[in-house]
Design a protein around this ligand. Sequence first.
Ligand code: M6R
Length: 615
Amino acid sequence: MCGIVGYTGKRNVIDVLMTGLVSLEYRGYDSAGIAINNDGEIKVYKAIGKLGNLKTLLEEKKSEITNVKSGIGHIRWATHGGATEFNAHPHTCTCGKLVVVHNGIIENFKELKEVLTKEGCVFRSQTDTETIAHLFAREYGKTHNLKEAVKNGLKELKGAYAICVMHKDEPDTIVATRKNAPLLIGLGEGENFIASDIPAFIEYTKKAIYLDDGDIAVVKADGLEFYNEKDEKITKKIEQLPWEPVALSKMGYKHFMLKEIHEQPDVIRNVLNGKLFDIDEPIVLNEVQIDNETLKKLNRIEIIACGTSLHAAMVGKYIIEDFTGIAVDVEPSSEYIYRKTVTNEKTLVIGVSQSGETADTITAIRQAKEKGAHVLIITNRPDSSMARYADSLIPVSAGIEISVAATKSYTAQLLSFYLLAIKMAEIKNSMPKEYLKTLKHELIQVPVKLEEILNNKEEIKKCARKFANYKNFIFIARGINLATALEGALKLKEISYINATGYAAGELKHGPIAMLDETMPVLSILIPGGITYDKILSNSEEAKARNARLIALTSSEDEHLYDIFENVIKIPPIPEILSPITANVPCQLLAYYISEFLGKDVDQPRNLAKSVTVE
Ligand code: M6R
C-alpha cells in the first residue's frame, strides 16, 4: 500500500527520495509526491499515476529547486478520496508552512475536520491525512517547536499511522512517529533516512532503528532524538539489517515474479537449513515455545490469515490434524475479527502473513491474545508488527518478495507448516517415527523436484498461450490440494484479471458444472498414489462430457490421460501429502505466462497492494 521515505543530509535530497520511492513501488500505489525544504521554503510536487510522471514534473521544475537539505516523499494507494493530485501526499496546512506524509487511516478525521474548519483551516483534499497537517500546524502555532506540536497533536488522533512532518522554520528537521504502522530510521554519517520499509534506504545504510508505537523521532542530518509515549527521552537499539541491495534487483529476469518463482528451490533449502538437520533428528524450531504440556492442554488450533497466506493455512490445517489429531479451524482474519470466537488459553492461534503488516490479521491476533491464546506467527518479516505479538515465531526466510503476487513466500509458508506439524507430531508422539523420517527425507528432495519443474516449462507456456484469451478458468482438486486449486485461481485472477475460480472437485456437480462448455478451461490437479486421484479423474470426465477444455496437472505416467486431457502438465512424483509444494509451482508459472502474453503489469497488478494495511 502507501509508502513513506524521508531524508536529511548532504546527498541530492530529491534523488534519494525518488530512489526510495522507486524501491517501494512494489507495494502498489496510484499517485506520488515529495515535499522539500528549499532554502527555508516548503515546496510540494505531486503527480498521479506512476513515478515517471512525478519525475517528469520535477525535471520541469528543476530551475526553482536551489538548495535542499531535507525532504519527505510518499506513494499513495487511494483510500479516502480518489487518485487525484489534490489527494496525493504530501499535504500541507492552510499557510503551507507545515507538511506531512502519512500511511494508515485516521479514524476520527471527520470530527477533526469539522473542528479545524470552524477554526479557519482550509481543506483542499478529501483525505484523512490533511487533517494531520492542520492539526499539527495549529499546535505548532502554540509552541513553535515541531516535536512538541507533534506530541500535542497526536493526543487528538485516533487510528493507525506512520507520519513524517516538516516545518519551514526547522529546515533540517523531520519529525517521525508511528502507531500500528511500520516506520524505521536508517542511520548514516552526517545523514539520516526514514522509511516505511527497508528497501527505501538499504542501498545507503544497513544500520536502522525501528520505531515502536507512540515513539517520536526527531531526525536531523547530524543527530537523532527519540521520545516515548510518555515524552521521556529514550535510547533505541540499533539493528543491523540482514538484507543486501542485490535482493532488490531482477537479476536478468523480465519480472520480479519470474525471478521469485525461480528462487523457490533455494528458498526451501534456506527454510530447511538449521531446522531439519538429519532425518533421524527432531525438527528444530528455536523460537517455537510449545512443549508437550502446552500441546496436551490445547483443545483446538485456529489459523488466521488472508489471501495466499490463507491458502497456506488450509494446507497447515490438513497436516496438523492429520499428524496430531488436534482439531484445527482456518478462517480469514477479516471474518474472525467480527464474531465471538471460542478462543481461550487452551487455544493455539497461528497467524500467517508474508508481510506481517496485514491489518486484518494484526487485529485478529490482538483479539486472540486478549483472550489468552498462545500466539504463533509464521511470517516472512520477523521485524514486522505481527512478529511483535508472537509468543512463538517461525520466520519463513523467503527473502524479500517484491512482486505483489506472493509466490516464494507461499512455498516457504508451506514448508514452515510441514516443519511445525512434524515437530508437533514428534512432541506428541502421534505418528510412527518411520513415517516422519520418510517425510523428512522427501522434504529434503523437494528443491531438486522444483528445479526439474522450472527446467521444463514448455508445456506450461503452451497452455498459457492457448488459454490466455479465455475469459474464465476453473481449477479443481480434492483434499490437501484444494488449497492449491484456490491459490492457482487466485494467482491467475490477480495478475491476468481472468475470472478464475478454484473448487473442490466434488462440488463441481453441485452448481459450477452449469458454467461448463467449450469456452471454459478446467485444470485438474491429479496426484496418483493418494486417496483422491480416481475421484478427480471422474470429475474431470464429467467436465469433458460438457465440452470443457481439460488440462491435467499431474505426476501420473498414465498414457490414457492424453485421451481425456488436451494438455498434461507433468510434475515429479511426490507423496500426495507433500504435493501442494510442487503442484503449486506450475500454477504460478501458468498465471505468470498468461499475464505476460496479455501484456499486463505482472509485478504491480492494478488495484492491488503488497501489504494491505487497512481493514
Ligand atoms: O502479507 P500477507 O500474507 O498477510 O498478505 C495477505 C494477502 O494480502 C496476500 O496474500 C495477497 O493475497 C497477495 N496479493 C497474494 O498474491
